[in-house]
Design a protein around this ligand. Structure first.
Ligand code: AFP
Length: 346
């Protein structure tokens, strides 16, 4: 019997009820001022995670691997699982009464949901399936989400009102589809992780109040892009390989092709992930509103740091929905070292 099932049974026999996501959110609701709608929204994201995890577990058996033949707004080939994950979000939130707008990496324009308004004042931005290059080879994948609150009580939000600074998020987090399915989120009162117990279909609290080490021993970056990097970036990564007892170098490379998996690793164990601007693409690859901002808030809430290399991610003025941004994220001391190199000060 899986260990987690034993944990659940042990909890019951010890007279404790296992702390489910729903129960934890309600308990924390009082502390954080999170509303019932926000609690319901997070629980619905948990349901989406279960449905996506189920699709991923069976993908090789029901012909949903491979591509759709389409190109998305990002100019990227769409995997069948990208589309399925996106559809799962739409079905879960249409007529849910939970959100009045949805914006996705997979959709050029947001979807406004007047049927949910005015009851629903929240707006959900998401990358439904992060790490798409991993879909066909059974490697880790993720979902990233960011929640904003509509400023207007007297009307539906406009599309522009989804384009906001990261400091305006009211909730953020990710789902990680790895050896287990996890949901990690923050509403500004720390970062908490839940592991899906498939035997009972509930997310159980497994990582309460996650805190990042100030410095790690791993770095995640696509070194295949080395020739495209600035001098400062090249020097930073070169220095990571040089013996240095004070900083525990050389670091080890840990790069999975899935931002969520790489950030989760460094959230728990310390280290740094970098997707920097390049000489001919200074804006980098990752998207600000539904990748960098939510992960930056989670990491900051755990004591880490998230930067473009020159400024705090959460302070970046968003200008358009699918805006890209360089992302340097992880342990505070590691990110500061990288910033010094990227700013030509090291
Ligand atoms: P995809 O979802 O298009 O595979 O992109 C994944 C991602 O946004 C992030 O999860 C990875 O860390 C990064 O891109 C991988 O990009 P490279 O393949 O250029 O290294």
């Amino acid at each position: 019997m899986p260990t987690l099932c034993k944990t659940v049974i042990l909890a019951f026999t010890m007279g404790q009820f296992p702390l489910t996501l729903g129960r934890f959110i309600i308990q924390k609701q009082a502390d954080t001022g999170a509303t019932r709608e926000l609690s319901g929204l997070l629980a619905q994201i948990g349901l989406v995670g279960k449905l996506i995890a189920q699709d991923l577990r069976r993908a090789g058996l029901i012909n949903i691997l491979g591509t759709t033949g389409e190109i998305n707004v990002q100019g990227e080939t769409v995997k069948k699982l990208d589309e399925i994950a996106n559809e799962t979000f739409l079905k879960a939130f249409h007529h849910s009464g939970l959100v009045c707008a949805l914006a996705s990496e997979e959709m050029e324009k947001p979807v406004l949901l007047p049927e949910n308004w005015p009851q629903a004042k929240y707006m959900l931005l998401f990358d439904p399936l992060d790490g798409s290059s991993n879909t066909d080879c059974n490697m880790p994948l993720g979902t990233i989400f960011s929640v904003l609150k509509s400023e207007h009580k007297d009307r539906m939000p406009t599309e522009d009102e989804l384009v906001r600074k990261g400091t305006e998020q009211v909730a953020a987090g990710y789902l990680l589809y790895g050896s287990s399915t996890m949901l990690v989120y923050t509403v500004g009162q720390g970062v908490h992780g839940f592991t899906l117990e498939p035997g009972i279909g509930e997310y159980l609290l497994s990582h309460e109040q996650i805190r990042m080490p100030a410095r790690g021993k791993v770095y995640g970056v696509n070194e295949g892009n080395y020739h495209k990097w600035t001098t400062g970036m090249k020097k930073y990564v070169d220095d990571l390989k040089i013996q240095d007892k004070a900083t525990g170098r050389p670091y080890s490379v840990r790069y999975s092709g899935c931002l969520v998996a790489d950030v989760h690793r460094i959230l728990l164990g310390g280290g740094i992930y970098l997707y920097p601007g390049e000489l001919n693409k200074p804006e980098g690859k990752l998207r600000l509103l539904y990748e960098a901002n939510p992960l930056a808030w989670v990491v900051e809430q755990a004591g880490g740091r998230a930067s473009t290399g020159t400024m705090r991610i959460l302070d970046v003025e968003a200008k358009q929905l699918h805006q890209r941004v360089p992302l340097i994220i992880g342990s505070a001391e590691d990110v500061r070292d990288a910033e010094r190199h990227l700013q030509g000060q090291a």
